[in-house]
Design a protein around this ligand. Sequence first.
Ligand code: SF4
Length: 316
Amino acid sequence: MHASLPFPALQPAPESANAGPAARTRAEREALKLEKRLCRQVGQAIADFNMIEEGDRVMVCLSGGKDSYGLLDVLMKLQARAPVRFELVAVNLDQKQPGFPAEVLPHYLQALGVEYHIETQDTYSIVKAKIPEGKTTCSLCSRLRRGILYSVARRLKCNKIALGHHRDDMLQTLLLNMFFGGKIKGMPPKLTSDNGEFLVIRPLAYVDERDLVAWAEHRQFPIIPCNLCGSQENLQRKQIGDMLREWQKKYPGRIENMATALQNVVPSHLMDGTLHDFRNLKATGVPDADGDTAFDEAPLPEPVGAPFGGVALVNA
Ligand code: SF4
């Protein structure tokens, strides 16, 4: 169950009076529908997890990829309509990777009129100097990046850090942790930073990656390629992503059901004794519809549908 939106103004703005539906082309109508869906889903996630409150100053991490551009874009739309006042500061870390087009983001952000900061720190050279050729560089690189971004957030007096991870990233993380880490652990929509200083939020938690691809195309974001460091793409994450997409093709709705499952955890039906006291469990004598059906195999539940899903403009 999701909380209803506490702020009616977080709904998309009404359609303009002089651009009636009949006058619009099909592409315009699709784009409008997509914008409404993105605003609704982001507004809903913000409300459900109480991500943004009055007076917040939110640092929006911008990598130059489609997801973070989409995040900033939608947050700015919601900011303009929300009755709660909050500030957004777009931040990009220029890690001095070879070929990084340093002028792209400042130009874009200036034209957008949002407060922004570009932090330039040559982590690329540090990583290259410290990690032997052929070894994976991501763990040192992301540790350095995290420390820098915390210090930037502190300097800019931000209390929250918004990241562009979406629903599909979260499901991939869940499966990666199960398959390789032996844990049922996903990627949280909201959590304190590991140094305890900030709240990290993921307002795209309900958003389908295909919608972000479509939105990036529609808005013509100046995308910066993500392989400038020359590091290998995380192969396991890619494989899991491919697997999820394949499943979705064969069984439409499966991804939406998995995403819904993240909000419907039943500890008594797992095996974690720290979440459910199996040791001291006693029969109560009171019928319980959720109790064990013993010899009968539990029937498969009806699919719950797609609470947040929608039709993407294009397929990823
Ligand atoms: S892919 Fe490149 S930039 Fe990204 S974390 Fe790994 S080393 Fe750093």
